[in-house]
Design a protein around this ligand. Structure first.
Ligand code: NAD
Ligand code: GLY
Length: 360
């Protein structure tokens, strides 16, 4: 097992990465206030892993309640969130009960948001079961639900007490979901870790084949990058925004097509190519940099072009982005491969041209 620390003072927490961790109630017990947990999962992950986790906790004397939500991004909404509160109240969960989110980023984001609100805040633990959740969404305390007008628009910063990433759970993940997770892994290389970018170029096949050593390394390096950024800028006053490379374009794809049509990671991959193309137009990247980025996404079986919504529609959707300040769109762009910047001065015509160049 590998362990990293998210250095947030008295709210610091560990990330354990390894195999067979679902059965390790001993890793969870030190973080419980009382021997009660409420597990939030969904109807895909629940049948696979809820029984094992519940059995391990109950064998350790923990009382377990659970709720199984409908699967999918389309259910990352108020009515589904409310089902978590229904369960917590029906089971008479207390403020000291620990909420455990068992699933991908959708379950983690909703479970975390519920934990931030229930009785004004209950402790929570992330047990991510997708690659995307293990390298990104379970770490850093961003929690949210979607609104029809914008993705992740309603939420809170609320840190977990522990992240437990069992890489064995990735064996049941559909190939398309594994690729979606790789988009966020590649993101860390592109924004701040050129050595990791090279490692990914050399090790993409073992990753796609789910070799445990390769996965564990990629998850560890990704989480280390994320933990460093979060520790420096927990509430995204500056540097943390760099983690959103490709996301402003990508969120427009997700919202524009309807949630769940494209996977989040797929939208991020195509969105990253739009950001890279805009960076080229600004003179920061060259054709070889773009070719290198396209090649890596394509080897990861990710889309490198967005759907044809029209640049005007993209820009309208992007105007809801959380990085908009005083009405001005700020984008994460690339000064070089491995060095992202926040940029608010790109001419609208260049943004539109970059979108058009990367669609269809
Ligand atoms: P997801 O949660 O929808 O999971 C993908 C699919 O895989 C689902 O059908 C899920 O039920 C299934 N699944 C999960 N684990 C499985 C397993 N082990 N075996 C088989 N199937 C499994 O999607 P995701 O890609 O994990 O997360 C995407 C979400 O995360 C988006 O809503 C995105 O906005 C959010 N996100 C949040 C952050 C953050 O910092 N909070 C960061 C990135 C993304
Ligand atoms: N996924 C972006 C962030 O956590 O800030």
């Amino acid at each position: 097992m590998r362990t990293l620390n998210v250095a947030l003072g008295d709210r610091a927490y560990p990330i354990h990465i390894g195999r067979g961790l679902l059965d390790r109630a001993d890793l969870i017990l030190p973080y419980l206030k009382t021997k009660r947990v409420a597990i939030v999962t969904n109807d895909v992950v629940g049948p696979l892993y809820l029984g094992r986790l519940q059995a391990a906790l109950e064998a350790a004397g923990v009382r377990v309640a659970s709720v199984v939500l409908p699967d999918g991004e389309a259910h990352k909404d108020w009515p589904t969130l409310n089902r978590i509160f229904d369960m917590l109240l029906a089971e008479r969960c207390e403020r000291s009960t620990t909420l455990v989110a068992l699933g991908g980023g959708v379950v983690g984001d909703m479970g975390g948001f519920a934990a931030s609100c229930y009785q004004r805040g209950m402790p929570f633990i992330q047990i991510p079961t997708t690659l995307l959740a293990q390298v990104d969404s379970s770490v850093g305390g961003k929690t949210a639900i979607n609104h029809p007008l914008g993705k992740n628009m309603i939420g809170a910063f609320y840190q977990p007490k522990l992240v437990l990433a069992d890489i064995d759970t990735l064996n049941t993940l559909p190939a398309r979901e594994l690729s979606a997770g790789l988009a966020e892994v590649i993101k860390y290389g592109l924004i701040r870790d050129p050595a990791f970018l090279e490692w990914l170029e050399q090790n993409l096949e073992p990753l796609m084949a789910r070799e445990p050593e390769a996965l564990a390394h990629a998850i560890e390096v990704s989480c280390r990058n994320k933990a460093e950024v979060v520790a420096a800028d927990e509430t995204e006053q500056g540097e943390r925004a760099l983690l959103n490379l490709g996301h402003t374009f990508g969120h427009a794809i997700e919202t524009g097509l309807g949630y769940g049509e494209w996977l989040h990671g797929e939208a991020v991959a195509a969105g990253t190519m739009m950001a890279a193309e805009l960076s080229r137009r600004l003179g920061w990247l060259d054709g070889a940099d773009l070719a290198r980025t396209v090649a890596l996404f394509e080897r990861a079986a990710l889309p490198v072009r967005g759907p044809t919504l029209g640049a005007g529609r993209y820009l309208e959707l992007m105007s809801h982005d959380k990085k908009v300040e005083a009405g001005k769109l700020r984008l994460i762009l690339l000064h070089a491969l491995g060095k992202a910047v926040i940029h608010g001065e790109a001419p609208q015509a260049d943004i539109a041209a970059a979108i058009e160049a990367c669609c269809g």
